[in-house]
Design a protein around this ligand. Sequence first.
Ligand code: GLC
Length: 746
Amino acid sequence: MTLRPVALAAALIAASIPLAAPALAQDAIDRKVDALLKQMTLQEKVGQLHQLSGAEATGPEAAKRASQNTEIRAGNVGSMLNIKGAKDTREAQALALQSRLKIPLLFGLDVIHGYKTVFPVPIGEAASWDLEAIEQSAQVAAREAAAAGIHWTFAPMVDIGRDPRWGRVMEGAGEDTYLGSKIAAARVRGFQGPKLGATDRVMATAKHFAAYGAAVAGRDYNAVDMSLQQLYEVYLPPFKASVDAGVATFMNSFNTLNGVPATGSAFLQRDILKGAWKYKGFVVSDWASVKEMVLHGYAKDLPDAAVKAINAGSDMDMEGEAYIAHLAQAVKDGRVAQKHVDDAVRRILRKKFEMGLFDDPYRFSDAQREQAVLADPRHRAIARDVARKSLVLLKNDKLNGNAILPLAKNAKSIAVIGPLADSRRDLEGGWVVSDVRGEVVSILDGIRNHAQGAQISHAAACAPGCATAEGFDAAVAAAGKADVIVLAVGETWDMSGEAKSRTDIGLPGQQTELFRRLKATGKPVVAVLFAGRPMIFNEIADNADAILYAWFPGSEGGNAVADVLFGDYNPSAKLPATFPRNLGQIPISYAQYNTGRPVTSEKDIVYRSAYIDSPNTPRYAFGHGKSYTEFGYSGVQLDRTILRPGQTATLSFELQNKGKVAGTEIAQLYIRDTVASVVRPVKELKGFTKVHLQPGERRRVTFTIDRDTLSFFNGDLKWGAEPGEFKLMVGSASDDIRLETTLHLQ
Ligand code: GLC
């Protein structure tokens, strides 16, 4: 029986045997927390705020692990990260239960896009614009991680990223606040499920709070400076969406925001998160970010850093060794109020109760369930479905009247060329933490699995990264004998992610030269590009016959790419981030302001907000992505042209599949507030919908617009809509608007 992924996910829920924590009402939990708190010494309270990364139990780290075990037995550790597997987590938990109050540990891990089954990197998943698929992906990741003893993932990363030089754009959902907020909530739901405590779900973390993606010059860990209006309008909403989705924890960020390290920012953690947003979960620091406040020049020493962080609302100290060493004394000296420590401990203990760990500290560390869940083959089918939905068809030229893609399965001969053609590790991308990962299907594997009768040749041409060209001649020779060339090139897995900023976001090494040599054979070239970020690849963009942007598509990447190349799946993905033509355009986003000197035509740039050496337009726009069919948009209607208080408006239009194959279109709704008390972007995404249509099928599609749709943070940081004219735009991409209409707000 083959289950469609949606049904499959439902079946997973039904089939898995998650144990639900006994449903304790919140006030019952609060009573238990308070009762426990009363028994705790100051030292034991500080112990709960201390998180360590598990050193290896054998080898060079054995002594360090032994000392960590001593700390755990003494009740000086509240949480461990990087200990995984039912056996190891059970052993570590047993040590915690030797402490005086037997408070169980929380086990955290960076399960960012899969545990055993690796899904596309998050920015790739975001290209699916498929909230259901994204939620399923997080659900499978949670199911596998929870089976491996993990209680808590440090995901989703919800940082908006508009600078592709920053390597961590790989981990997020791209440049857009609306899309990023929807995806943040979907990932929280997928990881956590409807209520904490099921043993096939984990606690999630909204990170990195806040505005980490706006690091100056795209250089990781660099300072962030921005207006509060930008912070509220662009960077905070995905975090608020995570709170509204019930996210269990937050992680603060390494960067300073307007001169104050986020870890030491009471504005972010107390005024906004725990104050205005009334957040009841807890905040974990990023790795040693408490200690790093000394290096920032914000704390004079470690004791001072500990004081500043806890007073600012950073509840747990990840690997900073600051709280465990100095917090008790700071309370005794009166530099830290006892209530701040008690509040942090309460927040953490509450989660341990909600996860059912006091009832059964070993409930997630079940070796039998681990073996069964990690062996479940159904996860790969979901991974393949999510991967197919993440692949963006950027270009698909015609040759002799026919589009290059999809390839015929009985194409006489296909040359699969390039350093990433038969790579497996690269397809997993950067954030993989489990050493029990499943086999990866390479591009070459996938093409061989799909082709029926075609003769498949392969030449790597160079090693991943393509530093030298010694294999080019053999590759060109192989290509010359084929009907079509599939070229697999791009970044290697370790060129994006944390501490992986690049000043040149082009194709690494000699890959462009390789493309040039292959193109010179005169054979059609289908370029499949891999990266954890938007790259700049103008020569391929201009001269390849077709381009598929595959990001890093995960364990089933080769099959997913082949599904699209051979037409078993009609590509539907759209870019979640703008692709610049050159570095000089960065930071670049579709949601730009009009300025007083807008460029109205590429010819008229004299004394305009323009460059003298480059168009303003990107190489590929936010929302761009082609299909094997064509979609027509027509008949836009508004059920009212004036929106009065309390009313909603319905915009509708007809979408038609004008081609010969079924396909899915992601129709996008943008608005423009033409006049406001602070200038508004020329476009803001405010809705999208995925519509699957058979050839010739027409469907009326609707978007609902209410006052909230038209609202923004004004100069006083007040959220609201201002009366006036709004342009409403519907299209297939931010630079492909098909229909427009106007709505007046009263
Ligand atoms: C890292 C990352 C953070 C991660 C944490 C634990 O430095 O910034 O995203 O969750 O440390 O690995």
